[in-house]
Design a protein around this ligand. Sequence first.
Ligand SMILES: C[S@@+](CC[C@H](N)C(=O)[O-])C[C@H]1O[C@@H](n2cnc3c(N)ncnc32)[C@H](O)[C@@H]1O
Length: 271
Amino acid sequence: MARRIKSSFALRFYSEVFGLDHLHYGLWNGEPLTFDGLRSAQERYAKRLTGLIPEGVKTVLDVGSGTGGFSAALKGRGYQVEGLSPDPHQQKLYGERVGEPFHLVRFQDFDVPHSYDLVVMSESVQYIWLQSYFPAIRRTAAGGHLLLADYFRIRQEDDELPEGSGHDLEAFLSEAEEAGLELVYREDVTDQVLPTLDLGRDWLEKHVDPFLALMNDTLTERYPRIYGLLRLFLRRRTERHLGKIRKLLDGKEFQRTRRYLILLYRVAPGS
Ligand SMILES: C[S@@+](CC[C@H](N)C(=O)[O-])C[C@H]1O[C@@H](n2cnc3c(N)ncnc32)[C@H](O)[C@@H]1O
């Protein structure tokens, strides 16, 4: 049975607290390191993807459509666009911003009524296991194209794959080929996404760290016993979680272990 996931707190936080129309890293080109800078970097990213849409495309499925920002832009350009995400809050946003059709489902469970000229995925490929991802692409984009932008993990000198999010790049490329996808465009934009990590780290250090320190001091002072116990319970989880975020926001680490790519594939017709 198709499984729904809960609304993502993190994605909702980015769009509502930072007022972002897109939930991706953007493509920077010298903008100031501010949230306005990020917004224009995100517009550049959306334009770059739009510029890669092959001629003749009419129907588009925006998989992992987030707040609907990219779909709205595509609709404005005359494409017949449909959104898809398993997140009920994003369904609501999509309805307000873009309208129907929207599919509230995980991509791997999507029982496609017909295939689309183009499936577009910005920073949503990493959420889907490859074993169910490529069959879903073959169903939804048969005879059409797949345009995606996302980051991938790369093997290190010792052939180890670093921990964390993002598919194994080599595995992704070879499984795509096996699935009958022909690569027609590839661009490495890793350097152009890095300022987003600097901005995130800066924000964490200026706002989250002092807030956590203040909460810690206040709760220790007011409820020393209860909070002492709670802290024992929570500390490891919080540290692990924040540790992961800090690592992902470390630009040097990202450059060493990840590649942010834009890929355009031609998908073989269905059999
Ligand atoms: C980082 S956001 C990117 C949103 C949007 N594409 C953008 O660039 O602004 C990731 C998106 O993938 C969606 N997602 C997560 N798991 C998914 C799945 N299994 N199938 C389809 N979408 C999924 C999330 O709900 C979210 O919309």
